[in-house]
Design a protein around this ligand. Structure first.
Ligand SMILES: [Ca+2]
Ligand SMILES: [Ca+2]
Length: 345
């Protein structure tokens, strides 16, 4: 080995170091930006401890060990929790990792879990994240895992199953901003006003018009009509009578005394005031709600603490004829929250 050979090695090594050095400085602004974005992202979550430990704490509170979540940040999510975390990008999932590349160009982000795969794996929480406000992250569901702290997520499970799962565990749930009190903290007040329509007729209800038919709907289906999902029991009311939005009609409950601070009900159908359920106190509508252009009933609630002891009645109105000119209602419940904390609506 002669001196010129050693000098060549030194020259090329220095050149190599120089290239790396220059490359680093060329890309440094981008690296800094990426780092800042990450920090900002955490900041936007409104949690100083918006990190893996908080994720784990939220999971431990609301989930059971055999339940499954799916997230793209699967590494640190799985690190602090015992529950199964499916990496939706497939980096630690054998099935997704072996799928063909869907979106070339960004290594580690070129594959995405098929929704069917997540359904088959019974994913309860999709992209869960702890936040300080129930409406953050634009997620469908928010479960209050600690006072004023919420785990927000989407889900592959049917709406009713998700709501019931967390309600029955004693958690308050929000669905698209609608407050749904937990069932452990609410005492249902018995009434015999046929608010669940399980008599199979309109006992305790006054019927006007033709939209609601001559009796509550049996198992969510008029002949040939779209099948309604999410009702309780066997009967519900649906103003899509005779497979048509054309008809108008009203249902008025018998009068009752508001003896709880919360009224909840299942609702589906059109989203205008012409397809609504109303609470009427002293001839004035004091609470109203509509459907969300869906045939799947979801539970919504009213805080009626201001009207405790007053005489009231429920009215269900269909004065619409066009598209989504119908309303679907079931299982109206009057209850009392033990803590006194009720709907934020
Ligand atoms: Ca029913
Ligand atoms: Ca109608």
């Amino acid at each position: 080995m002669n001196l010129s050979y050693l000098l060549d090695i030194l020259k090329y090594t220095l050149a190599g170091v120089g290239v790396v050095y220059i490359a680093f400085y060329l890309f440094k602004p981008y690296l800094d930006k990426a780092e800042k974005l990450q920090i900002l992202d955490y900041g936007a979550l409104h949690l100083p401890e918006g990190n893996a430990i908080e994720v784990a704490r939220a999971f431990k509170r609301v989930l059971l060990p055999n339940e499954v979540v799916a997230a793209s940040f699967a590494g640190f999510t799985g690190l602090y929790t015992d529950i199964r975390v499916i990496d939706t990008l497939g980096l630690n999932d054998k099935y997704i990792a072996r799928l063909p590349i869907q979106k070339p160009g960004q290594p580690g982000h070129e594959k995405q879990a098929p929704f069917e795969y997540l359904i088959n794996n019974k994913v309860v929480c999709l992209y869960p994240w702890p936040v300080k406000n129930a409406g953050d992250n634009n997620s469908q569901y928010s479960v209050e895992y600690e006072p004023n702290k919420y785990l927000t997520f989407g889900s592959t499970m049917p709406y009713n199953e998700v709501i019931k799962k967390f309600q029955d565990r004693g958690f308050n749930v929000f669905y698209k901003g609608n407050f749904i009190p937990n069932t452990k903290n609410i005492t249902l007040i018995e009434n015999d006003n046929n608010f669940n329509f399980e008599t199979g007729n309109y006992l305790h209800w006054t019927v006007e018009g033709t939209a609601f038919g001559t009796a509550p709907q049996f198992r969510g289906k008029w002949e040939n009509s779209t099948k309604i999902k999410g009702y309780e029991g066997t009967f519900l009311v649906n103003s899509y009578y005779d497979n048509s939005d054309a008809a108008h009609g009203k249902l008025f409950s018998d009068k009752f005394i508001i003896n709880g601070d919360t009224i909840t009900f299942l609702i589906a159908g059109g989203n205008t005031k012409n397809t609504s359920i109303n609470l009427v106190v002293e001839k004035t509508i004091v609470r109203t709600e509509t459907g969300d252009k869906s045939e799947e009933l979801i539970r919504k609630s009213w805080n009626v603490a201001d009207y405790m002891g007053k005489e009231a009645r429920i009215e269900i109105i269909d004065s619409a004829s066009g598209e989504w000119g119908h309303i679907v209602i079931d299982d109206i419940q009057i209850g009392q929250t033990k803590s006194g904390k009720t709907s934020c609506l």
